[in-house]
Design a binder for this molecule. Sequence first.
Ligand SMILES: [Zn+2]
Length: 383
Amino acid sequence: MRFVISENTPFRILDQAMKSERMHHAYLLSGPEGVGKCALALHFAHAILCRSENVDERPCMTCASCRKIGAYAHPDFRFVFPFVSLDAFKKVGKEIGLKEKKGEGDEKGGWETLYMNFQAEAAKSIVSDPFHPSTIDTNFADKNREISIEQIRQITEMVQMPPSESKYMVIIVPDADLMDAAPANAFLKTLEEPPKYVRFLLITSRPNALLPTIRSRCQMLKFNVLPDQDIASFLTTRCDMTPAKANEAASLSIGSLHNAFLVQEMESNEELLEEAFEFINWLADPKLKEGLKLAAKLDSPLSVAKKRIKIVSILLREVSRIQRTGEPGAGSLSQRLRGNASRLPVNVFEKTFSKLMTLNEGIDANVNGRMLNTSFILSLANS
Ligand SMILES: [Zn+2]
């Protein structure tokens, strides 16, 4: 059960459907980030294609089929995820001398092949370990990602031919909401009349951003946040964390494994942490002049900006918990927040959280960073 964090309701529904061979043709796994949706989809991709005779032992993780999925080399399995555009890939690739590093590429001119290879490498990295994916090369982390019409075309072509090694064909689509109208409509056509051997596992943390017609074609599987003890036990048993560290990360994680990893990262990345504390300290007396100085410092690449929002949300949530219970947790971060909790107004988390989410949406929508940060600060400052 390498990919299962929690034997939750979606697990039980899929497990039963798989074992009784009554799987729906498409499922939509929806819920907050970092609760194990993608990992669970991968568990069932293995299980559906596994060759073990005993259905209760699927996925065995040792048969040829299970091993091929792990190496992202199974002809009846695809992992279609949002990637940077070819243009963005070329731009960054030229800046970092990618062609020289990777050799000349092929006779077609190289970039398309490099691009495809990069996508396949990224897919392989997630499929082999969804909990610690080096998702895409960090050089591309600050470019917007989306599922392209070309990726959808490839799935459409793939499903027209019957599976070559198995009874079924499994297609996982993480962040399925990151599709524009054209790919979404093309995808819908396949989803409306899928061949009987196809099993789609779509994943999203923003179900409302999907076309309603896509949603209605899928059986919805809703994930909740994970219980702290499941996260702590995952961190100790599979990430070699000490119980004390694991409990601290779990208690601040708001039920998300991503957040738990972020708490761990915060402790080693002082710069990110101090920046977050600078902002939280400012909230106690949000003077406009100091706020605008902060806003000027906040302009940063997409990945850093989004991480900063998560860190501030995690810390403010803990402030709110300390204010409610009067008790900081045992970990050093919570202890450090004790002072903030007494200085900040009681509803600070509620007041700030919706504004943080607006900021996050602005970043996703590619709005100018300086403008976003300034209006974020203005919305919180005392005039
Ligand atoms: Zn197997």
